[in-house]
Design a protein around this ligand. Sequence first.
Ligand code: CO
Length: 137
Amino acid sequence: MPKIKILDHIGIAVPDLAAAIKTYSTLLGKSPDHLEEVVEQKAKTAFFAVDDTHLELLESTSPDGPIGKFIDKNGGRGGLHHICIQVEDLEASLAAYKQAGIQLIDEKPRRGAHGKLIAFVHPKSTGGVLLELSQKS
Ligand code: CO
């Protein structure tokens, strides 16, 4: 059984990160807590801590990246992109999900923001929501 730790973050795709940072700084009354370009995901990110979880804003650095494709499909607009749950043991969770017939996008962990190990579960298996799993490394 996968051991769930926390709802790590909610990922929001944005067409313009600088504009979105300005908006969310106003909405949340503070500046982002962490900025990072995640080369592997072809995205620039900004994280805002909200209690024990975070909002992750993502701007694509390339039209052929996952965020670029999402925004393209969404008529050029941003939107809710994924939710991320932190698990204790990512590889064990992926193996358990696979055995349960859950459709995975990543069968093996890869690197995400903050140097964490991450993997994505297909929205077909989660009621239409892209699910990211992460593990602190
Ligand atoms: Co994320």
